[in-house]
Design a protein around this ligand. Sequence first.
Ligand code: ISL
Length: 592
Amino acid sequence: MTDTPGTSRATEPGTDPQAPEWWRSGVVYQVWPRSFADSDGDGVGDLGGVISKLDHLERLGVDAVWLSPVHASPMVDNGYDISDYQDVAPEFGTLAQLDELVAQAHARGIRVVMDLVVNHTSDQHAWFRESRSSVESPYRDFYWWRPPREGHVGGEPGAEPTNWESFFSGSTWQWDEATGAYYLHLFAPEQPDLSWENPAVRQAVHAMMRWWLDRGIDGFRMDVVNLISKRVVPGTPGLADAPVPPGAPPGSYAAPGDETFNGPRIHELLAEMHREVFAGRDAGLVTVGEMPGTTIEHGRLYTDPARAEVDMIFTFEHVDLDSGPGGKWDLRPLELPRLKATLDRWQQGLADVGWNSLYWSNHDQPRPVSRFGDDSPQHRVRSATALATVLQLHRGTAYVYQGEELGMTNAPFATIDDFDDLESVNHYRERVARGDDPEQLLAALRVKSRDNARTPVQWTAGRHAGFTTGEPWLAVNPNHVEVNAESQYDDPASVFSHYRRLIALRHDEPVVARGDFTLLLPEHERLWAFTRRADGVTLTVLAHLSDGELDPVAEGVVASPGAEVVLTNEGTAASAYAPLGPWAARVLRSQD
Ligand code: ISL
């Protein structure tokens, strides 16, 4: 590639500790390594692949890469089950390659943020192997071991210490014959939960985090970190049942809520981690906690700089709006006013204290253009770019998940055999066994399965989209012939080119990081409009999220004289308040 990145970055890694935090105007790009780029032809993406695509990231103009786990792992949950926190999985490469990635990224002004998965380890981690070997093991209390429920025999149905349902179906308790006890796993049985009640666990994790920072990485994305404090009721076994929804058959499992989310010691644990790991280090480090089930009230506490817990959190309200009371597979239509209102509430809630993370997708979510936009050939580019514009011009750090910058879509999965992810496959099997209609189950998987995000990145129109010279571990989306990076770089109308301009605008226009946020016409079902204001500058964002045409002034947007168009996905710039075509987005700038 010949041209320069979209913009200069606010601060280069490690240069000026006094500079304002880079992440306020910054953009973080998530790499999910298994599907990013394969350098050795084994069909699995790897670190060599990430290094080979740094040009792509530099050209896009992002400030940092968040690398999903590359640690040693049996890959039951594609790397979110770590068996050695201080080594790299052979299929991804070596520690030396990771060092090289960090060095090469830094040389381009791109930071590297690692995933931190410490709510649980893999059952193959040395700590757990030790822990399960004997009740006398010094590692026994690294995990949550509990006896069967009183009056029950271990291993029989209903004997589990609590009625909690795992994120990945079934009970959260696994019976372990060797020492005659259950251990807790909020996720898969191969992902036992660490006990953060144990100071030795905390010290070991803090030491591991310092080891990574000493190696030169720039921060952590902390996996489900608001689950690490379980609500321990005084007395034994000390963990309470979750309330069972009305009408559920006796003996049903129930998703734990307050028992595990944002538990009683969570703020204390995060403050301790901050003190033990980050205090006194480079101010350019960043931390983001993944926090499902978190309210604004908690969000303020987590991200208040004065409390020194984490810099920002990933919340889930906006990605739960298209789920019904039955959870993520219980599909509901998405209503634009509710989506706008949800983001607006977080904007207002964290306006004076704390900081927002802005994301449409990640490796757990379907593709945003298929979910919130229109992925038909006619509207894919416009809707992908309109959605990006709206999101990234809210106040907060923007996250781009691999392929989103190309407008990649959900995949055409035909049968259950096309899916890989344990969440999808377990859910399907459990429900088919219960007698649910397989076709209906498949219909929900097609919309919501995490595999939608996990098909390989589409680099070229060629064989396997240029992802691998071998056989890809998960099928490439056949639409790579039209949707691929190579064809987008030099096309000013492409999704990639729009993302580049948008990221440059975030960097160059201080009002994006600093300005206040006012939602306009909150009830409008097709128009997403808001203003951002600071220091006499106003940005007005107008996005028409549907087919057809829409006249913003006729709908009630008040024109501001002298407003100029600074970004649009409409090709030739329309005038500021002209009618918006299908999925058109326009950003106006005016000055007092
Ligand atoms: O993906 C989800 C639902 O479909 C979420 O509930 C997800 O499991 C939750 O957000 C936690 O995600 C994180 O931890 C999991 C891992 O499988 C995910 O990939 C990770 O992002 C367990 O480590």
